[in-house]
Design a protein around this ligand. Sequence first.
Ligand code: ZN
Length: 358
Amino acid sequence: MDEEQLDRMRRGMDEEQLDRMRRGMDEEQLDSIMRLPKVELHLHHEGAAPPGFIRGLAKEKSVNLSGVFKADGSYAFRDFVHFLSVYEAATSVLKTPGDYARLTKAVLEESAANDVIYSETFLSPDFCGGGDVGAWREYLHAIREAAIETERDTGIILRGIVTCIRHFGPDQAKATALCAAETAGDWIVGFGIAGDESRGKPRDFAYSFDLAREAGLRLTAHAGEWSGAGSVREALDDLKVERIGHGVHAINDLALVDRLVENQITLEICPGSNVALNVYPNLAAHPIEKLRQRGVKVTVSTDDPPFFHTTMRDEYLNLARSFGWDETVFAEINDNAARAAFCDEDTRSRVLKRLERP
Ligand SMILES: [Zn+2]
């Protein structure tokens, strides 16, 4: 039976049959799915900081981080807005280029341990030098050196996406875009926007996105995570992005879904993050499989993994369990991610080669 027939058969199954099939996926199969080579496109550099690393740094610098950690040592937060403030408190211990070099190594070692072979990370000059181009260059140099060293040790390839923070406002975003434009090249390959989606409109940031585009950077924006499908349309229309961070609420507007398919817009979907922050009550209710079935190019990432108690291996395991995704589906997901990566073509070929199955 070929894959298409198998897929058709799956879609025709009722819930009980589907469940039986999922349970039929044995431990060995799940284990090999977990260990597949992976491409991750949506990762916030500071948000990926292992809690132990941040605690260690806070101790070294005698910074009081009370309220940032729970008794079990994990990050503490109540909801998305509180998460943003805990995130910024945790980030406050990262004060020098040297700190970011150590952070980069800690983050990449964790990703490599999850079999990630290529990763794109969101970097904010706001946190790295306060938006000053000269200071940003020093941070970037340190981050890049650490990434090269870790690639030598583990094989993981990293590229950076400069990201402005929506709730810091459009003026700050212009300074960030300038930092991005000044350092655009074979390592800083993209520009994006993250932060509180309820603040401002995408068009307020159009100037920054135009500046980044003119500097040769590829574009992505967080949208459709907290706001509805309309925010995805606005990001496409006003910022002219080619990828959307999250974008899951597009599912509520099928004309928009068709547009995503037609224009080959890739969604950087972070299922574990969406469940942890209660965008969806559980993975079974998450639209990733519906979007995939309709032909949208979906990819899988962790967003801020230790905050959401997830890893890339966990994401794969949970998706296999919830939706019966097998190695063929994950191959499609990783192919989507590699083709939507903002790196140069030589790097993309290397990544695609490493994704090839024997
Ligand atoms: Zn994100």
